[in-house]
Design a protein around this ligand. Structure first.
Ligand SMILES: [Zn+2]
Length: 566
């Protein structure tokens, strides 16, 4: 609602633009419509004032930090529905703009202790300071008693890398201890896994999934700051307090009884108690042919688990394609943030202005731009605002597992998370660059804008697995996350990197991530115009982009595309 004045201003500037365009056509004496003239009104409608005003609304205290299953969620998803409706988009999920997602909220009693016995001395670790744990099982109490501890190295089963940490091992009922990241990172050996670039086998989510497949009772990851890419404080804060999770049909009973982390200090004590040196065993674990080591210790843990069932929603809107409406290009952004925390002194609202009111506002901006086209693109354009990203890619994970539009008919997913607020850039960073044929579309649009494309500058942090495009990749749908640039036209690279670092330290995931009228959104507008072209061209194409050879996502895409063409 508040954004109307911005759009009025925009309309008048558009009128001038349209007049100029007419004059240009008149002078050239050629009425033939090029892509450039066709897209101009749409591209010009993407404006900083609109983006700012929608971001400001979404990041206002009134929206309460857009927490899941809160008043803030209701305001947010209704705002998005109303905006999409006003723009003239159709509901994306049958008659509804919402895709409802059943979730549980688990809160573990912080009095829990992890006891480890049978070694040189009995150990007892404190929840939060020395270990964290959760159970995804929908149970009020989850217990592990005298479960044998086994060190399984990186806990990886990767046939394509000829690696199996669970080889000839039966861990049913046992508690596995695993290292974070993968042997490639540990050794920096480009011949092992992807070298310094983290593979999915390095992510904590994978470690838990694999331990559950192996039938382990419990799984603990040893925390180390560098390979995890964040300090213990992040583990401590994000793993304690209420945790939102999806519920599977079996009430998550196929998961381990307990999934958690131990601090490096606690792990040191555990290995010492087993008579082993952590540093030596870590080196052994990163060598081909490593064999798991029973620690001769027993672990016990009881998690008292308060469970609440709630519902949260993805918001989905669709602009039907004019030629092939049953084929799709998806723009996505997560609408959620951390809500509010009444236990805090001072500001209690996590406004999440950059993360990700900007990306959510961008969906509205792009939707408006597509509506300005005289003819809708051949394929349908989907605007998907997902929930629960901050809680572990819940909304995108649910959509990818319960797709409203079939994966095989989805040409691509373009994810936006935290837009650039630091002005125009010479470059654009694309997380996922080099993995799929979407590169070609992005490179072309970047070139036209006189910009270069960067791959993820810190692939060892596993960013590709940490935002909403990843559940789509797992389902074979080519997905990228373009995330602004790092080389400011005006101030250069050092300045930009310092700005990014300052944001990460001072505002990221804190109540201070607030809307700032001093932002320079012109760089974000450049990015959105570029992404508009990418999406438009994908929607005018007949090809279904695929993953590049050697990526783990290609097999699923190949199978999907083959099934459709039969
Ligand atoms: Zn985000």
């Amino acid at each position: 609602m508040h954004s109307i004045s911005g759009r009025k201003r925009l309309l008048s500037s558009l009128a001038v633009g349209a007049m100029l365009a007419l004059i240009a056509i008149g002078f050239s004496g050629c009425a033939k419509e090029t892509e450039e003239t066709r897209l101009r009104p749409a591209l010009e409608s993407i404006a900083a004032a609109d983006l700012a005003s929608d971001t400001q609304i979404l990041a206002s205290d009134e929206f309460e930090g857009r927490g899941l299953a809160s008043e803030g969620e209701i305001k947010t998803i209704n705002f998005l529905r109303d905006e999409f409706q006003k723009i003239g988009l159709e509901p994306g999920n049958g008659q509804s703009y919402f895709q409802e997602i059943p979730m549980v909220v688990n809160s573990v009693d912080p009095a829990a202790r992890l006891e480890v016995k049978g070694g040189k001395k009995s150990l007892s670790f404190a929840y939060k300071e020395e270990f964290v744990a959760r159970t995804l099982r929908v149970m009020e109490e989850s217990t592990v008693t005298d479960s044998e501890l086994v060190f399984v190295g990186y806990g990886i089963v990767a046939p394509e890398y000829n690696w199996n940490d669970y080889q000839d091992l039966d861990v049913r009922g046992k508690t596995v201890v695993v290292l974070v990241n993968d042997p490639g990172f540990a050794t920096q050996d480009p011949a092992l896994f992807s070298g310094r670039t983290m593979t999915y086998y390095g992510r904590w989510t994978y470690k838990y999934e694999e331990a559950a497949r192996q039938g382990a009772a419990a799984v603990f990851i040893v925390h180390e700051t560098e390979p995890a890419a964040y300090p213990w404080a992040v583990v401590k804060n994000s793993w304690t307090g209420p945790q939102f999770n999806l519920v599977s049909e079996d009430n998550n009973m196929s998961r381990c009884s307990a999934e958690g982390w131990v601090s490096l200090e606690a792990a040191g004590q555990i290995f010492e108690s087993a008579g082993l040196g952590y540093d030596e065993i870590k080196v052994a674990a990163s060598k081909m042919g490593f064999k798991a080591v029973p620690l001769g210790l027993r672990a016990s843990l009881t998690l008292k688990n308060e469970i609440k069932k709630v519902t949260s929603s993805n918001v989905i809107a669709r602009l039907p394609g004019s030629q092939r409406p049953d084929e799709y290009v998806i723009y996505m952004a997560h609408w959620d943030h951390f809500g509010k925390n009444p236990a805090l002194d001072g500001d209690q609202i996590f406004n999440g202005a950059v993360d990700n009111a900007t990306g959510t506002a961008a969906l509205i901006e792009l939707a408006e731009a597509f509506k300005r086209l005289k003819h809708s693109p051949d394929r349908s354009i989907v605007f998907l605002a997902v929930t629960g990203e901050e809680q572990g890619l819940i909304g995108s994970g649910y959509y990818a597992a319960h797709p409203v539009f079939p994966a095989a008919k989805t040409a691509a997913v373009i994810n936006m998370d935290a837009l650039n607020v630091s002005g125009p850039m010479k470059d654009i960073t694309v997380v996922g660059y080099g993995l799929s044929e979407l590169d070609n579309y992005i490179e072309a649009a970047a070139k036209e804008a006189g910009r270069t494309v960067n791959p993820d500058p810190t692939p060892e942090k596993g960013s590709y697995f940490r935002s909403d495009h990843f559940p789509f990749a797992k389902q074979g749908v080519p997905a990228v996350y373009p995330s602004g640039g790092i080389d400011s036209i005006e101030h250069g690279r050092e300045w930009t990197l310092a700005r990014v670092e300052k944001y990460l330290v001072e505002r990221y995931h804190k109540p201070s991530d607030e809307f700032d009228p001093g932002w320079d959104l012109s760089g974000a507008i450049d990015d959105l115009r570029l992404l508009f072209k990418v999406g438009y061209r994908l929607a005018m194409d007949t090809a279904f982009p695929n993953w590049k050879e050697g990526t783990p996502y290609k097999a699923k895409r190949d199978a999907d595309l083959a099934a459709v063409s039969r």
